[in-house]
Design a protein around this ligand. Structure first.
Ligand SMILES: [Zn+2]
Length: 131
């Protein structure tokens, strides 16, 4: 059996397009399949913007119909770094992974630290001068 090379990160439009073509599904069929409305399907295809939950559904169908396992089945794409990251690395409800969250915190820390150092330097300079 020729093994068709599958992308591990197809767009929503690619996945839904493939499913619709392969199984001759109308927009109404797709809407039923993904338990949503036709205009939502249209929006996903046009913008590639989809909730994590719905992306899971679309990917599950896409890989199932290809008789493959979703290569990112236990992962979620981080909106911060864009990397597929184990679901366990996301705190509840967050769309960015822990390391991105930490980076944010760290950036905040460094930004504050710079100010702090400047303040301290100014103070030292002042103390030296006066002693
Ligand atoms: Zn990240």
């Amino acid at each position: 059996m020729p093994s068709e090379k599958l992308s591990d990160d197809p767009t929503v439009a690619e996945m839904i397009g493939w499913i619709a073509t392969r199984y001759r599904l109308s927009k109404a069929d797709l809407a039923r399949m993904f338990q949503t409305t036709q205009s939502t399907i249209h929006y996903w295809i046009k913008t590639d913007k989809i909730s994590y939950k719905n992306l899971r559904k679309v990917r599950a169908s896409y890989y199932y119909l290809h008789n493959r396992k979703d290569p990112h089945a236990d992962e979620r794409k981080c909106l911060g770094c864009g990397r597929w990251t184990p679901v366990s690395q996301f705190r509840g409800g967050k769309a960015i992974c822990r390391s991105c969250e930490n980076k944010k915190t760290l950036n905040h820390y460094w930004a504050n630290r710079d100010d702090e150092l400047k303040r301290r330097k100014a103070k030292n300079w002042y103390n030296k001068k006066s002693s």
